[in-house]
Ligand binder design. Structure first.
Ligand SMILES: [Zn+2]
Length: 259
């Protein structure tokens, strides 16, 4: 069997409209085992990028799913639009604390933090930032990207959703694109999931990762988010679940339950 790259395989899989599980099985046919040797099937590892307006957003919206991807051996990056720093109050800069919290949360989820270099509360969406973000996301070579649902009461959340969307278009809609919800009502509005991930087993780690953001009132915000995951669980038949909206033109694979 000719060698086939992960990206080629994923592309072929999406073209025929089948699940990634089928593609993965096809990819396990080689190489031939040596005499006396039993080779275990090797699954290609995905690159998962979970974007968020601020440190903590990916963890609150997708932490259970992130843990599931990590447990499966996939590489996960949490890409934050800013470091939680403020420029209008130089006497108080929470940036270093927020970055430390993000790194701690990422360690708990076995993910890596990346920062896009914008400023908290002052997100810019213009041609220069579209290009900068496109190059940054392209450098990560993602197979799957999660971002905020764009109808959101926080401008930074709307901004990164648009930046991701433009990058997705510029990259030929090649990676799977999912939207997530965070702090419903206060932030995300009018969110009706198309897909669910069972996070019953990984919710404790999600909780720990969210509480790693100790400066951000986790008692208040995690309680709100847990109500959401319990409601999504009722909808989908699990104890707790995270809900997602897959872009209608996205490749149709890559949530942990299908892997
Ligand atoms: Zn946020």
């Amino acid at each position: 069997m000719n060698a086939i790259s992960r990206r080629e395989m994923l592309g072929k899989t999406s073209l025929v409209g089948s699940s990634i599980a089928v593609g993965l099985q096809l990819a396990t046919a080689s190489p031939e085992p040596l005499p006396g040797q039993t080779l275990q099937p090797t699954r290609p590892k995905l690159k998962v990028v979970v974007t968020g307006g601020h440190p903590g957003d990916p963890e609150y919206g997708c932490g259970g799913t992130i843990a599931r991807y990590s447990d499966l051996g996939h590489k996960v990056v949490l890409l934050y639009l800013n470091r939680g720093e403020w420029t209008d109050k130089p006497a108080y800069d929470p940036g270093p604390v927020r970055v430390g919290e993000a790194k701690k949360a990422c360690e708990m989820l076995n993910a890596s933090p990346v920062f896009a270099g914008q400023i908290d509360g002052k997100a810019v969406v213009d041609p220069a930032h579209y290009e900068q973000f496109h190059l940054l996301l392209e450098s990560e070579r993602p197979d799957v990207v999660f971002t905020h649902w764009p109808i959101d009461n926080h401008a930074d959340h709307r901004a990164i959703s648009l930046l991701v969307y433009e990058a997705w278009l510029r990259m030929g809609k090649k990676f799977a694109l999912y939207y997530y919800e965070v702090s419903n009502g206060e932030d995300t509005v009018q969110f009706a999931p198309t897909h669910y991930v069972d996070i019953t087993g990984t919710e404790p780690r999600k909780r720990s990762a969210c509480y790693a953001h100790a400066s951000q009132a986790p008692d208040k915000f995690y309680a709100l988010q847990e109500m959401v995951t319990r409601m999504r669980g009722i909808e989908s038949g699990y104890k707790q679940a995270e809900g997602y909206i897959r872009h209608v033109q996205s490749p149709d694979f890559a949530l942990p339950g299908a892997l």
